[in-house]
Design a protein around this ligand. Structure first.
Ligand SMILES: N[C@@H](Cc1c[nH]c[nH+]1)C(=O)O
Length: 361
């Protein structure tokens, strides 16, 4: 039988620690309404949520994390600035990694504060680093905002940029799209033949699918426009590749990114923000000279991150998921804010993993 008492006790202790540091404890519901909240998680988590049906409330799902319900709660009734903490179970199906837990505890710390976002990022990271210090874990950080800015700066159509942005979370599809938009892979013969026809619908049989003629025509027009768009230049593709390959301790990563920003001015602001973040971490006593920065980090996790992301992992246990993770999710507050938004950042610790790895003393 799973021992629940030890992780539960540790979770309560950690939540008390965050409370003592000024965070307000919150208890979001276990069951969330699917129609308003499920899509906010993105494809991966959406596909792994336990969904059920309630005759009065419609489709519901078991919370796969706390961030979305906490944002919803804050946007509906929270005063600013706010710091929250919570402890409780989250639920995620694990078809691909059946050895991983499908329900486990998280203890979190979230900040909603518009005064100094970089300081808030350092605070979240610093609080979690402080708790996990006895474990000697490897900390990694990344920045989804850098990738966003790099894609936004490409000289290509807005449609192509939007497609690349959607696929930041699927590194292989992102790669394939980039290759296609750069003209590195030729159009298939079937696609060429289709687009060569004056009116591909002219000789089509009766409509038997779900899409209407109008929708099919829109799709054909979009394919045609894309086939006619100029390829993204090899130079710009190389810059994106160089950006994604940055993997260094923070000071060296910053140096490389500054070099890249000379040719990719769209990332300059995000690079300077990283520089400020590193200074803020240093001011909290974090050893930034050994802190790793990976531009690719966080591209397979929660799709609501849009800036700073981080994780703490056991270097000698690559089989285990990260002991702690977190990041910035400003856009999520806008999505749930009905017209208002606030910069927000947070992170969680998994007490069960802390104990599996020998605990905090
Ligand atoms: N909710 C995230 C962690 C997090 C909290 N705050 C920001 N990020 C997760 O479950 O992975």
């Amino acid at each position: 039988m799973i021992d629940r008492s030890a992780p539960r006790k540790l979770a309560a202790e950690l939540r008390s620690r965050f409370e003592a540091l000024g965070a307000v404890p919150v208890e979001p519901p276990f069951l969330l309404p699917a129609d308003t909240l499920l899509d906010l998680y993105g494809e991966d988590i959406r596909g792994r949520a336990y969904v059920t049906y309630d005759p009065a409330r419609g489709e519901m799902f078991m919370r796969p994390d706390f961030t979305v319900p906490v944002v919803q709660m804050h946007m509906a009734q929270g005063a600013e600035p706010a710091r929250y903490t919570y402890a409780g179970e989250v639920f995620r199906r694990q078809e691909e990694n059946p050895e991983r837990a499908n329900e486990y505890l998280q203890v979190g710390y979230e900040i909603f504060d518009r005064t100094n976002p970089v300081a808030a990022e350092a605070e979240v990271f610093g609080r979690i680093a402080e708790v996990l210090k006895p474990m000697g874990l490897r900390a990694v950080m990344g920045d989804i905002g850098l990738l966003h800015a790099a894609v936004q700066g490409l000289e290509t159509t807005d449609k192509r940029k939007a497609a690349l942005l959607r696929h930041i979370w699927h590194p292989r599809r992102f790669r394939a799209l980039l290759d296609r938009f750069a003209g590195r892979v030729p159009l298939s013969a079937a696609r060429k033949a289709l687009l060569a026809q004056a009116d591909p619908m002219a000789n089509a049989g009766p409509l038997i699918g779900l899409r209407s003629e109008g929708e099919i025509r829109d799709r054909l027009a979009a394919l045609k426009a894309d086939a006619e768009a100029a390829p993204i230049s090899a130079h710009q593709v190389e810059l994106i590749e160089a950006l994604l390959a940055v993997r260094e301790t923070a000071p060296f990563a910053l140096e490389q990114l500054r070099d890249l920003a000379v040719d990719m001015p769209s990332i300059s602001k995000a690079v300077e923000r990283l520089s400020d973040r590193i200074d803020a971490l240093k001011a909290l006593g974090i050893d930034v000279d050994t802190l790793e920065f990976e531009a690719n980090y966080g591209r397979t996790s929660m799709e609501y991150y849009d800036g700073f992301v981080f994780g703490f992992v056991a270097a000698d246990r690559p089989d285990l998921p990260p002991v702690a993770t977190g990041g910035r999710y400003d856009a999520l507050t806008a999505q749930l804010g009905q017209g208002s938004a606030i910069p927000a950042v947070g992170g969680v610790i998994r007490p069960g993993l802390v104990l599996d790895l020998g605990g905090l003393s």
